[in-house]
Design a protein around this ligand. Sequence first.
Ligand SMILES: Nc1ncnc2c1ncn2[C@@H]1O[C@H](COP(=O)(O)OP(=O)(O)OP(=O)(O)O)[C@@H](O)[C@H]1O
Ligand SMILES: Nc1ncnc2c1ncn2[C@@H]1O[C@H](COP(=O)(O)OP(=O)(O)OP(=O)(O)O)[C@@H](O)[C@H]1O
Ligand SMILES: [Mg+2]
Ligand SMILES: [Mg+2]
Lengths: 254, 254
Amino acid sequence: MSKIAVVNQKGGVGKTTTVVNLSTAFAQQGKRVLVVDGDSQANATSGFGINARKMQNLYHVLIGEADIDDVIVHIKDAGVDLVPSSPDLIGVDAEIKDFEHWELFLKNALKKVESRYDYIFIDAPPSLGTLTILILAAADSVLIPVQAEYYALEGVAQLLETITHVRRTINPSLNLKGFLITMFDKRTKLAEHVEEEIRRIFPNLVFDTVIPRSVRLAEAPSYGLPGVIYDPTSSGAKAYMELAKEMLSHEEEA
Amino acid sequence: MSKIAVVNQKGGVGKTTTVVNLSTAFAQQGKRVLVVDGDSQANATSGFGINARKMQNLYHVLIGEADIDDVIVHIKDAGVDLVPSSPDLIGVDAEIKDFEHWELFLKNALKKVESRYDYIFIDAPPSLGTLTILILAAADSVLIPVQAEYYALEGVAQLLETITHVRRTINPSLNLKGFLITMFDKRTKLAEHVEEEIRRIFPNLVFDTVIPRSVRLAEAPSYGLPGVIYDPTSSGAKAYMELAKEMLSHEEEA
Ligand SMILES: Nc1ncnc2c1ncn2[C@@H]1O[C@H](COP(=O)(O)OP(=O)(O)OP(=O)(O)O)[C@@H](O)[C@H]1O
Ligand SMILES: Nc1ncnc2c1ncn2[C@@H]1O[C@H](COP(=O)(O)OP(=O)(O)OP(=O)(O)O)[C@@H](O)[C@H]1O
Ligand SMILES: [Mg+2]
Ligand SMILES: [Mg+2]
């Protein structure tokens, strides 16, 4: 059982697109998969075609008003289960910060269901605040999407510091799964430069698979479907399927 | 004197790119301009070629350790002044939340210098937390960049609710400057659909000028220059210059 947090405080780098498509690709490989939407924007929830505004969701689980089993939704097209989110989550900060060990609320909630899954993917918001700390405390490993653009490299040092801090204080088993290069536009020199830079700074920590910029991935959420279901022949969908195979072959080796 | 906050909790929609290029385009039109980098990622700061890690910055102003005059840096290429930021800002939440009227700390700091400027542009982080509240409390108006993509429309209702809340409680004069469509890729139908949708839902609130996807804008920060300086002939740079003219013609009419 492996719990993978997909985190990067830089906005718009493909965290949600990675969670929605990679989790579905793992399910297509026969794995039992749970997705947790840890962002108040609830983009992963709508990326699977769910509107959780009127349903109980992760917010109610974190404040103790609902059991995680009560909120899990099965997504038939993708073959995954989902803990949905909603804008309610914006208020979670104020609700839980005064409790002792609030950082472990998500980890403890997942304990009740994790034995039923092979993989749990957790989508994080674009910040290093309360929700991201809860997510890093609950996960075994972190996958960091990095857009092949200049600003994307800037925040990585800060993110690694936060991961180290969480590992040292609340989650000693947290490790780095790897960096995933996303939205790679082969027409531009900028993308090539950034990829070379990332592979130079973090040798052996960057996945071989690179996700290309592919408009079909951006269109899929408007149909409430992962790209790997909406258009499995697209370059973006194929790349996420490749990534799932690459990650699973690493696991078999380990 | 006009204080414009550039805000959207959706990540990667072009907030920083808009602040860096639009402020410079206003300066090129002869206006006296101050830029405030309100994001702990400090992308606007590095977008102007400044590394503020070892300098005093907005963080020190907000916690009362430095005067805003002491941290302002003049950016010669762009012809603007800058209040830089750094990762220190991540800690501002914990430092100021217990003070009464913490929401007005930025507004009060700007009072000391605003008479020297015609326009102040404030870059916000991808969240609706403390920094964004400080920024909305300090501004007269809000410019909302919206990427021409599906997820970008999802969060707008939440953002408008937050703006209305700030207007009702701490800043009655806050109004909406408009929506700016960014990263428009004319090769895709998705972008056209999203633009039609935004103009349909918010008639008269969307700028005529649309910012196209333009790799020169993404390359510029690696040279520490705004796109309008790095390559003024590029489609992205021209669009920001057009936008400045469009906004200034509105002001003259008003
Ligand atoms: N490989 C890709 N090719 C084309 N578009 C993509 C790709 N990956 C993501 N997108 C689009 O780019 C935008 C940003 O992606 P996404 O929302 O997944 O990023 P994020 O990191 O989750 O953003 P946030 O920081 O707001 O949570 C979305 O509109 C998405 O549809
Ligand atoms: N019109 C454009 N054409 C091409 N690339 C762009 C354009 N606008 C912005 N970019 C690039 O897209 C990425 C996201 O833009 P930017 O960082 O300005 O967004 P942001 O909303 O400030 O992100 P964050 O939510 O992290 O603060 C950056 O790498 C930037 O260089
Ligand atoms: Mg996301
Ligand atoms: Mg930004």
